[in-house]
Design a protein around this ligand. Structure first.
Ligand code: CUA
Length: 430
């Protein structure tokens, strides 16, 4: 009765389910018995024809009292005994366990192996060998849950907890975060892959991915982040002004801020400006334009970004800016869609909106025109001319679900003709 449990993939899963099922069955039995009797009595002894029925007066029954004391006591002791015994099994780490460190962070799971190998979002273990996951968190409470293995434990900042089990079946299993930890809690998933021993050894020995990543120095990593995180949409590398100050020669530059003070853009200033961009605004720039990156970048990421900024002294070869070279083209000879495409490149829409359906910072332009968009406020809107115009001039008004409110407003930067050209261009991107 009522068997909705997931696959049993760890050695103690059958025991856990057995006890779980007994408790469920007992609960159902007593619920039906008690509520059923209650309903029966309510009907049997209801007030009929305005006449109260007298019920028999029973003054105690030793037999009955003994039964309803002893029987539930036995049931409770039985459940407690097996509960403790099975819990002990679950907390006992088997012999020669594979120990993996798990670090929870908004909103991902990192796994570290003793060999130095580390993964994110996927963990691979050999079948039939005891495994111990040692959990911790770098920020808030999370909870590591693998339903098929019947294990779950909180991941606590500044503290270690663990789950231990022996997988008995190969396969891919879901792991979840089961402690509400903020915006992307529901997306904080990982895959647990149980494979044969030989495949595990092969996988563990393959460190090509790590080597490629480690080979990237902080400067390269910073440059990658500069593009990945969309910094390039607002901060140029060539000294030109977009939405925010250019990154060219930014390191140790003196910035006059709107609070009236002058600051040197040293490591601390840059770090604070990334994490809390609205605390200090450089004079001449609009406030509240930049998304807060607190919780989205690790210390290592920030170090990499700063290392990258240090190289932007105007002498080294900066990566090519995305701005297309200005050509002298007779605009009147172009079709509206062609002019729109030109604007798409010149106004840097391309930095955040792809044409091939891939997700960068904002929604792709592929097939966008006319398609309904789900917004963060839960409503839906068709991407028609009026919506597109509003989204260009005042992008924060209607943000599509799943995207950060990261686009600068183009009010005053594009005229009506520009916008209708862009819309014509979007119609052609199918
Ligand atoms: Cu991490 Cu919810």
């Amino acid at each position: 009765m009522f068997r909705f449990l997931p696959e049993q993939a760890s050695s103690f899963a059958p025991e856990v389910d057995w006890l779980h099922n007994i408790i469920t069955d007992l609960s159902v039995f007593f619920t039906v018995a008690i509520v059923g009797t209650m309903i029966y009595f309510a009907i049997r002894y209801r007030k009929r024809d305005g006449v109260d029925h007298e019920t028999p007066a029973i003054n105690g029954s030793h037999a009955l009292e003994l039964v309803w004391t002893i029987v539930p006591s036995i049931i409770c002791v039985y459940i407690a005994y097996y509960g403790i015994a099975i819990y002990n099994d679950m907390r006992t780490v088997g012999e020669n366990p594979l120990i993996i460190n798990v670090t929870a962070q908004k909103w991902k799971w990192d796994f570290q192996y003793a060999t130095g190998k580390s993964t994110t979002g996927e963990v691979v273990i050999p079948v039939d060998r005891p495994v111990k996951f040692v959990l911790t968190s770098t920020d808030v409470l999370h909870s590591f849950f693998v339903p098929s293995m019947r294990v779950k434990s909180d991941a606590v900042p500044g503290h270690y907890t663990y789950v231990a089990f022996t997988p008995v079946k190969t396969g891919s299993y879901h792991t979840f975060c089961t402690e509400y930890c903020g915006k992307d809690h529901s997306a904080m998933l990982a895959t647990l892959r149980v494979v044969p021993q030989s495949e595990y050894e092969q996988w563990l020995a393959d460190n090509s991915a790590e080597l490629a990543l480690a080979a990237k120095g902080p400067v390269d990593k910073g440059r990658t982040l500069y593009q990945q995180k969309g910094c390039n949409a607002c901060h140029s590398l060539d000294g030109s002004r977009i939405v925010g100050p250019s990154f060219q020669k930014i390191y140790m530059r003196k910035e006059k801020c709107t609070d009236g003070n002058e600051y040197v853009a040293d490591e601390n200033y840059i770090r604070n400006s990334i994490l809390h961009p609205n605390a200090l605004i450089v004079e001449g720039y609009a406030p509240n334009m930049m998304p807060v990156f607190e919780g989205q970048l690790s210390d290592e990421d920030i170090n990499a970004l700063i290392a990258f900024m240090r190289t932007l002294d105007g002498t080294s070869v900066a990566p090519k800016p995305v701005v297309a070279k200005k050509e002298e083209v007779d605009l009147s000879k172009l079709t509206p869609a062609e002019r729109g495409k030109k604007l798409y490149q010149e106004k840097l829409c391309a930095t955040c909106h792809s044409l091939d359906g891939s997700k960068i910072v904002g929604p792709s332009f592929k097939g966008l025109y006319g398609t309904p968009q789900k917004l963060t406020d839960g409503t839906s809107v068709a991407a028609d001319d009026a919506y597109l115009k509003e989204s260009i001039l005042n992008p924060m008004a209607k943000v599509v679900e799943g995207y950060p409110p990261a686009m600068p407003p183009y009010q005053g930067q594009l005229n009506d003709e520009n916008i209708s050209d862009i819309t014509e261009f979007l119609k052609t991107v199918k």
